[in-house]
Ligand binder design. Structure first.
Ligand code: ADP
Ligand code: GN1
Ligand code: MG
Length: 366
């Protein structure tokens, strides 16, 4: 981003003090995120300044309406429970004319949040206590939003966790082979095609009403929760762009595919990537505790399937993007999406091999 653009944008928001530094921040795959530092007479302050990716979110203003609704709702609940609403949920910094976002003349939509200080968003599990804390936080997040009026939420990405549609898109990317890369991924493509049956597991049960829709986060990876550097507690669930009606098994599964692995999502050496049943159990305990007994028997039974389905779905998504030519996720090098797809496939294979144990762990802890 050009310096003049940053200066122009910082001028639009109600930031306290004078801006002294702006740096790119975090490792999200979707939005452009910056940390802004300002200096007031007394102290230094930080803010998050973010461009909402409008090729992925077709209606950024609807994303912001959801975020305003959800954060206001959470702030009230946090206050009632004696918590700190400035730290335990995202806080939007308004523009100088009182809006929740600023639309640039080029059509890009920007927003700002208070920066959550002295906390970390981890890309890999540093220790099991922190993983437990993140699980509790995502379970609790769902619980706190149980009475949120779901009909007021915009669907910010239609069919976000519709694995069957993700599979169809995967097939169409193979047919088109827009990047010419299909030849580099034949084994991976073969595995995903052979396992199409996985894509129906959750959707069938959602459609026939066996699984209830709840207000869910839908992007529950570990780096979407801030962990307090001093206490190791998960203090704030962030990245609220995909809060929409969804399934509890999806939120559980997405966190497992990211966190219950012995390596990062984009580890190139597959020997280092293994599904960790112990971390799976740690997360299950935290998530069930955070949900406070609200899950139905059918939902609990589907938690292991959630892990399998969402890991498979993520493999489809990464590989589709590799074959389509990196049109969705940010990549650091040309094979990045293929590398990511491979880690997910390895995890799916190990989940398949250990599925009975995954089920037993849930039964034992439910
Ligand atoms: P993306 O959709 O691209 O993942 P996120 O909203 O998750 O965007 O933000 C990217 C990263 O920026 C996060 O993983 C986290 O490290 C950091 N971040 C986002 N919001 C805050 C905040 N309010 N305070 C501190 N760090 C934040
Ligand atoms: C994206 O935005 P971020 O980096 O937290 C993606 C998730 C994927 C994840 C894979 C809106 O999450 O769905 O699971 O990458 N978010 C969106 O790491 O597509
Ligand atoms: Mg994120």
């Amino acid at each position: 981003m050009r310096t003049e653009e940053v200066e122009f944008l910082c001028e639009r928001f109600r930031f306290e003090g004078t801006v002294t530094e702006t740096i790119q921040f975090g490792s999200g795959h979707i939005n452009d995120t910056f940390r802004v530092t300002t200096q007031t007479a007394e102290k230094e302050r930080h803010y998050i300044l973010q461009r909402i990716n409008n090729s992925i979110f077709a209606h950024p203003e609807q994303v912001m309406e959801n975020v305003v609704g959800v954060t206001n709702f959470l702030q009230k609940k946090i206050c009632k429970c004696g918590g700190n609403p400035e730290r335990e949920t995202l806080n939007i910094v308004l523009t100088k004319d009182g809006q929740s976002f600023y639309k640039m003349p080029d059509g890009n939509v920007w927003r700002a949040y208070l920066f959550i200080e002295n906390a970390t968003a981890y890309d890999q599990v540093p220790n099991e206590d922190i993983f437990y804390q993140s699980a509790y936080a995502f379970g609790h997040f769902q619980r706190m939003l149980a009475d949120y009026p779901a009909d007021q939420l915009f669907v910010t990405i239609p069919d976000f966790h519709n694995t069957v549609k993700r599979f169809s898109y995967f097939q169409s990317t193979i047919k088109e082979n827009a990047s010419g890369r299909l030849k580099n991924a034949l084994d991976e493509v073969g595995f995903l095609l052979d396992n199409e049956n996985i894509s129906y597991i959750l959707l069938d049960r959602q459609e026939d009403g066996r699984l209830p829709l709840r207000v869910t986060h839908n992007d529950t990876k570990l780096n979407n929760v801030m962990i307090d550097n001093d206490t190791g507690k998960a203090i704030c669930v962030i990245d609220l762009d995909t809060v929409m009606p969804g399934l509890s098994a999806t939120d559980f599964g997405d966190a497992i595919r990211f966190g219950a692995s012995t390596a990062s999502e984009d580890e190139k050496d597959l020997r280092k990537v293994n599904f960790d049943l112990h971390l799976y159990e740690v997360y299950a305990k935290g998530f069930l505790a955070g949900c406070e007994g609200a899950l139905t028997c059918a939902e609990i039974e589907m938690l292991p399937y959630g892990a399998l389905v969402i890991t498979y779905e993520q493999a489809l998504r990464f590989l589709s993007d590799y074959i389509a030519g990196d049109v969705y996720y940010k990549v650091a090098y040309p094979e990045h999406n293929l590398v990511r797809a491979r880690t997910q496939i390895k995890l799916v294979q190990q989940m398949q091999a250990n599925f009975r144990q995954m089920q037993d762990i849930i039964s034992k802890n439910a």
